[in-house]
Design a protein. Sequence first.
Lengths: 187, 187
Amino acid sequence: MQPRKQHLIDTALILFNQFGYHTTGIDLILAESGVSKATLYKHFRSKEALILAALQLRHEQVVSKLQAKIEDNKKNQETVDPVENVLFIFDDLNEWFNSDTFFGCNFINVSAEYADPAHPIKLFATKHKQVIVDIIAEQLATEDNHEVNKQKADQIGLLIEGAIVMAHTRGMKHAALIAKEMARHLL
Amino acid sequence: MQPRKQHLIDTALILFNQFGYHTTGIDLILAESGVSKATLYKHFRSKEALILAALQLRHEQVVSKLQAKIEDNKKNQETVDPVENVLFIFDDLNEWFNSDTFFGCNFINVSAEYADPAHPIKLFATKHKQVIVDIIAEQLATEDNHEVNKQKADQIGLLIEGAIVMAHTRGMKHAALIAKEMARHLL
DNA sequence: CTATAAGTGAACAGAACTGTTTACGTCAAG
DNA sequence: CTTGACGTAAACAGTTCTGTTCACTTATAG
């Protein structure tokens, strides 16, 4: 990956998340990144392609951080505890909400702006959410009863979404702690 | 309220919700409503004013439906049951998710598009969410301990947001039933 | 040294939007 | 029957966006 291209994606991801996908124009991304317009359109054939690349980056960030933490937990545990191996997610959310880089979830936000369920951008967001829940289900897996695991994973997923929206639209930075208590109660 | 003005607001609300706030241009609203541009700008000084009017309408719809159901429940109960007086919300959500007029929550969506917390549109969305939670807290009120009620109301609010996002971004129309089970468990 | 790939800057086209203005209908109430 | 509020149609101004093009520069590997 050429450095300019990567820099464009990095910059675009931040700006899209902070200001929205329609609101953020190409020119702002160019000004902020210091890249010329011709270069942008050499690497991406449209704004939509750049949005998808930014979402792809975010997806990889989230998934790899999640999996790294899971690996880490497994190393530091002699006995694997499926509950604790999921609850840490809410601590991560808590950190995120209280950072100065929290402007809501890219995928929830982009879903709001690209409403058509058949739109590639919306499809990507849907897929991302599904992947996260699948990873959670995997963590909750015990020897038996996969159906129950999937149900519990959906419940955790619902709590995550709820916490993000609560933190973003109501500004309640402690939403992750509320969700964590609820998750502990349910698991 | 003049009929044209009301018709503009009604049309705008539907289109904004279905297609998004930036995507939906003035011209689409005019074409769909059959009203002229001059008339629109006689009633609203800007697109933003029309958005706020549409959100106000939606706010009133949600609040009045909620309160009507609460009144109804109180009449049909000899003993007031705070839990059942809140759980019905998820049945309403379930109907909504399975209707053909579900395109996510107006206020969550508009929060995604207008990210600046000081923007009047975002402020309106924040206020709406707070009003809903306050109504729920009121329902959960017993003789003592208001602090606990507020906490439980926030939990219910979180479940509602989670269900909406789950239904909207992942297309899971049964999300309200999942949330209802979780709510019953928590209350 | 030179060929090639990558990038710049600036102008431009074309589309889409918001918002304004003007000249012209319609219709009910006094 | 006329006045005034309400509405229409259409052209227009002005801005903002995406996307294209082209002449020119820089960096680097062989």
